[in-house]
Design a binder for this molecule. Structure first.
Ligand code: C5P
Length: 223
């Protein structure tokens, strides 16, 4: 079937504290977005990439990928889920599987895309990469008073690429819901979501510390 990877890159990345949108920050020679597009395409399981960018960068990024028939550029929205919906609208109606991957997870190994697609091919309708959590997590109230301590063994830290049956993801986004990840909207439909082993290299570059970490990790990887 036809597999489309949506790469939301329309966020401002305020927490990184730089004057340009996060996905367009350079890590070594290439931007976070360029690295994420390359990882998706070199996985061998993605037929088409839809890149979702801020309106004022659409012209520039469209020109950058003009010679690539397998890359489409579209404009995002105010919230991440608005950007994902814009990407879904730009994906062809013949799309069978959709992967949603944060541009900010710039060091994601191509093999993680393949693992998510393999789990979809094996019959799951929604697949997300997860890792055990090293820290103890606590729920707190508005005054930072601890409410409770969930059993760590039952928790997973979830990242992207998240993979879905295309019709299911369209249905999950149909009523304009907002969620920090796409799987949350699928869960709300009562559809089972399968976790597969994640990769620590797929961490999201959010803070200056994360960018520094990514720069140091580059030393040992193929730039
Ligand atoms: O801000 P955060 O790191 O959670 O964003 C995750 C991904 O979603 C980033 O790649 C960001 O560019 C993207 N995003 C988007 N449109 C928004 C907000 C975030 O495409 N309105």
């Amino acid at each position: 079937g036809r597999v489309v990877a949506l790469i939301p890159a329309a966020g401002m990345g305020t927490r990184l504290g730089l004057p340009i949108p996060k996905a367009f920050v350079k890590l070594g020679e290439r931007t976070l977005l360029q690295r994420s597009v390359s990882a998706a395409l070199s996985s061998g399981v993605v037929d088409q990439v839809v890149v979702i960018v801020p309106a004022d960068l659409a012209e520039q990024i469209t020109a950058e990928y003009r010679s690539r028939p397998d890359v489409t550029v579209t404009v995002g929205g105010a919230e991440r889920s608005d950007s994902v919906r814009a990407g879904l609208a730009a994906a062809g109606t013949d799309t069978e599987l959709v992967l949603v991957h944060d541009a900010a997870r710039a060091l994601t190994p191509p093999a993680l895309f393949a693992a998510v697609v393999a789990a979809l091919d094996a019959g799951a309708r929604a697949v997300i990469p997860g890792l055990p959590v090293a820290d103890t997590l606590k729920r707190v109230d508005h005054a930072e008073t601890v409410l409770d301590t969930p059993d760590r063994a039952e928790l997973r830290a979830i990242g992207t690429p998240q993979g879905f049956d295309a019709d299911l993801l369209r249905r999950a986004h149909a009523d304009g819901g907002d969620a920090t990840d796409d799987a949350g909207l699928v869960e709300a439909l009562g559809v089972p979501v399968q976790v597969v082993p994640g990769d620590p290299l797929a961490f999201k570059i959010t803070t200056p510390f994360d960018l520094r970490l990514a720069q140091l990790l580059l030393v040992d990887s193929v730039a």
